[in-house]
Design a protein around this ligand. Structure first.
Ligand code: ARG
Length: 455
């Protein structure tokens, strides 16, 4: 009987064991082995009868794993050896032929690529749901106006929908990045063998077709040695988490008493054990916090890879835990945002009130003077002096009299009182601007893009 144990098992050798976490790849591993076995049979590298026995046995192993009855063994190190050893117990001698024309090095590279490819499809689906949730909130509050901020200071009025659609764009680019990574990920390593290729008449194209790969790795050493597609996935995830974290920060601020712009549904906040008034935005805070571990996984893998000579080195086994943790963390984060946004109550009146702060119209006052023929820099200086004078007196810019305005610039006229937050927003009528008609177009476009992405 074939011996599948990779080494004499001692307490110290737990150090090399990966089956605790890589068993998560079991379905992909079995699928890849089934395709490989079928190819071996078709090519006459093993007999058709052996190939059939292997395929049948692998199906049984899968059923055992899914039923929860599989006995995962540490002394077999990883999931690949566990599955093959169990196959041997079930079908005997033909199992020992499965590993013909393949190595664990091209096997694990294949299986991990399949896993990443599928994880990307799920991640993109999660991103689309989040984009959908953002558009839905924006559509429900098309008219709501709020202060836009720079340096976290009130800057100019914007539509709330415009602010939300900024995140729609960020998540759209994230989805695009993931799909570009998927395209580079989806090439088949099998056939690379341990590192040099295999001395059998295999049919890589056929295996690629069976497993849904779009192409074949062009160099056997590259195929088993690199994990850049995982680095890319982690980098895409890190960027996406960064975007999530910024949105989380907005939700934390907006739901505070100081802002009071939104209220998150009670499932998305928690109380305090001693302060009964609290509605802590824990999901948003944890999303912000979990961004750190995703960055960590990216840096960890880059560090694992940087000193490795070609081709396979066991260090590469360290690619998996950070990958799995990132898939879980990002998926759960996207879901949490969908939930939070779905539950959000928006206090339009409160936002509108904040947007009425006349300080927000300072730029419009300068633009008004430009409209009367004043050079922009001079107009800026005049309004800046007026703002200072107003704040020195403890009044808003809008409370200065026309005479006071004229002291700084004779170009001011009675129609300066027409400057309002609504007028300010409406004036930003450029592509990508916050004018209501532009935002309405952007919302329609967003819906269309989502439809196309789903369709
Ligand atoms: N568990 C290993 C990994 O994840 C599989 C490949 C092992 N190959 C070897 N030659 N020891 O990288």
């Amino acid at each position: 009987m074939a011996d599948y144990a990779t080494h004499h098992f001692t307490a110290a050798s737990r150090y090399t064991v990966s089956v605790d976490y890589d068993r998560r790849l079991y379905a992909h591993d079995i699928e890849a082995s089934i395709a490989h076995a079928r190819m071996l049979g078709r090519q006459g590298i093993v007999s058709e009868a052996d190939a059939e026995a292997i395929v049948g046995g692998l199906g049984d192993v899968r059923r055992e794993i899914e039923a929860g009855g599989f006995d995962w063994r540490d002394d077999l190190e990883d999931l690949h050896m566990n599955i093959e050893a169990r196959l041997h117990e079930l079908i005997g001698e033909p199992a020992a032929r499965l590993h013909t024309a393949r190595s664990r090095n091209d096997q694990v590279a294949t299986v991990t690529r399949m896993y990443v490819r599928d994880a990307i499809a799920e991640t993109i689906a999660g991103l689309r749901r989040l984009q959908d949730a953002l558009v839905s909130v924006a559509e429900a509050h098309r008219e709501a106006i709020m202060p836009g901020y720079t340096h976290m200071q009130r800057a100019q009025p914007v539509l709330f929908a415009h602010h939300l659609l900024a995140y729609f764009e960020m998540f759209d680019r994230d989805a695009e990045r993931f799909s570009e990574t998927a395209a580079r990920t989806n090439v088949l390593p099998l056939g690379a063998g341990a590192l040099a290729g295999v001395p059998y008449p295999i049919d890589r194209e056929w295996v690629a077709g069976e497993l849904g790969f779009d192409g074949l790795s062009a160099n056997s050493m590259d195929a088993v040695a690199d994990r850049d597609y995982i680095v890319e996935f982690l980098a895409d995830a890190a960027i996406c988490m960064m975007h999530c974290s910024r949105l989380a920060e907005e939700l934390v601020l907006w739901s505070s008493t100081e802002f009071g712009y939104v209220r998150l549904g009670s499932e998305w906040v928690t109380g305090s054990s001693i302060m009964p008034q609290k509605r802590n935005p824990d999901f948003a805070e944890l999303a912000r916090g979990k961004t750190g571990r995703v960055y960590g996984s990216l840096v960890a893998l880059l560090t694992v890879l940087k000193g490795l000579p070609l081709a396979y080195n066991r260090d590469l086994q360290e690619d998996k835990e950070g990958l799995f943790d990132t898939v879980d963390t990002l998926g759960a984060t996207l879901d949490a945002f969908c939930g939070m946004l779905g539950s959000i109550e928006v206090d339009e009146a409160r936002m509108e009130e904040a947007a009425q702060d006349s300080a927000l119209l300072a730029t419009d006052m300068a633009d008004y003077l430009v409209g009367k023929g004043v050079a922009f820099r001079d107009a800026h200086a005049a309004v800046s002096a007026l703002s200072e004078a107003a704040s020195a007196r403890g009044v808003g810019l809008g409370e200065l009299s026309l005479d006071e305005l004229r002291e700084r610039s004779p170009a001011f006229d009675a129609d300066v009182k027409d400057l309002t937050a609504r007028a300010s927003v409406a004036a930003r009528d450029v592509e990508g601007g916050t004018a209501p008609s532009r935002v309405a177009d952007a919302l329609a476009q967003a819906r269309k893009r989502l439809g196309a992405a789903h369709g």
